[in-house]
Write a protein that binds this ligand. Structure first.
Ligand code: ADP
Length: 366
């Protein structure tokens, strides 16, 4: 139970307990010795040298009760006051002593993928907190190095795979142009073409995911024309499934890079069409709130189970691997969306649509 309490309170409680035990023991001891002293003084016979004792009581008379009670009350009050004052002092002292740890914890909380490499400023003191900060900075530096290596590796791999893939694609296209009598050969060519398509998409998404996305040139991006362009690109797939894409007319705009934002809404609308049954509706709505802009991509598909709703934004996560693979998904689309939107200080989340389907909600701060 004690482990759940903050360090400062824990420290205060333990110190107060020690203080209480010590004070109570001291009080009991002093009370006992006071009784002894009073009895001894009370029973003191007349002094040998004939002088009068300081406290003159009848020889066999016991210690007077009121004296003892007053003494006991005073020591009890003093004990309570000392324990209280000690606990309050310990609370503030613990706050002072633990401040460097609190500061360090605040700094650690501010670290994310973007600022892994920025070291935490070392405290002036030469204590354990300084050592902890040095170790933490070292760990973050190592982490960032391996993170960059990993990113560079996937970017390079994707880049290198692009050229041979383009050559294979071109050769296959030439092959497809020539007349093929044999249906088996035709089937094989179609399958190869389909797999090449998937590979190209995976490489494209990998490149998007691993590259840095600079956002120097932010411009006004009008949302309605952007959504219409994306819907136009997806119109043939949507038509095949008889899915109607409805886009709310709007004059709203956001600040950002149109190419990147187009990618986000392409991925969202493509998913909505991909994961919806035929003859359903996909719609895009825009609402201006007081301090943010809300964009929703709504479908009437299978929806996403609650446990998977945050994981779908992680790279390579798929709710149903076999279904997604059959549809041509690689699990990178939403991760790319999240990455681009973070660069625009926007957020993305998914919630269920009723009675069925999903609502992907993008929030741009005003
Ligand atoms: P994929 O290329 O597999 O579609 P995404 O990152 O775009 O990868 O999506 C991750 C997973 O989230 C998908 O595999 C799918 O299971 C689920 N998903 C995404 N969008 C939808 C949607 N509109 N309806 C249902 N499931 C979805």
């Amino acid at each position: 139970m004690l482990k759940k309490i903050p360090l400062r309170i824990r420290f205060t409680l333990v110190a107060s307990l020690f203080l209480l035990v010590s004070c109570v023991t001291l009080t009991l001891l002093s009370n006992m010795s006071a009784v002894h002293m009073m009895e001894a003084v009370a029973l003191l016979p007349s002094m040998k040298d004939g002088s009068t004792p300081i406290l003159q009581l009848e020889p066999a008379q016991p210690v007077e009760e009121p004296y003892y009670q007053v003494f006991q009350q005073k020591t009890t009050v003093a004990t309570i006051l000392i324990v209280l004052a000690g606990s309050i002092a310990t609370y503030f002292a613990a706050g002072y002593v633990l401040k460097p740890i609190r500061d360090l914890s605040c700094e650690v909380q501010k670290r994310n993928v973007e600022n892994l490499g920025t070291p935490i400023e070392l405290p002036q003191s030469a204590d354990e907190v300084r050592q902890l900060t040095i170790s933490f900075n070292q760990m973050m530096e190592d982490l960032q190095r391996s993170f960059l290596l990993q990113k560079e590796f996937s970017a390079n791999a994707a880049h290198e795979l692009r050229t041979p893939l383009a050559i294979m694609r071109a050769k296959l296209d030439v092959f497809m142009l020539s007349e093929n009598e044999n249906p088996e050969t035709q089937k094989m060519i179609d399958a190869m073409s389909q797999q090449l398509e998937r590979l190209s998409k995976l490489i494209e998404d990998l490149l998007w995911f691993s590259k840095d996305l600079p956002l120097e040139k932010k411009t006004r991006v009008m949302l309605y024309p952007l959504f219409c362009d994306v819907a136009e690109e997806l119109s043939s797939v949507a038509k095949e499934k008889e899915i109607e894409i409805q886009i709310q007319q709007t004059n709203e705009f956001v600040l950002g890079q149109d190419r990147l934002l187009e990618r986000v809404f392409y991925n969202l609308l493509e998913n909505a069409v991909k994961y919806s049954p035929p003859q359903t509706q996909v719609s895009v709505t825009v609402q201006r709130e007081r301090d943010f802009l809300r964009i929703q991509v709504i479908d009437q598909g299978e929806g996403i189970p609650e446990v998977c709703r945050s994981a779908v934004f992680e790279p390579f996560f798929r709710v149903d691997k076999s279904r997604s693979r059959a549809i041509g998904g690689n699990g990178l689309g939403l991760a790319v969306c999240k990455k681009i939107l973070e660069r625009h200080h926007a957020s993305i989340a998914v919630r269920p649509n009723h009675p069925n389907g999903s609502i992907f909600e993008v929030i741009f701060p005003s």
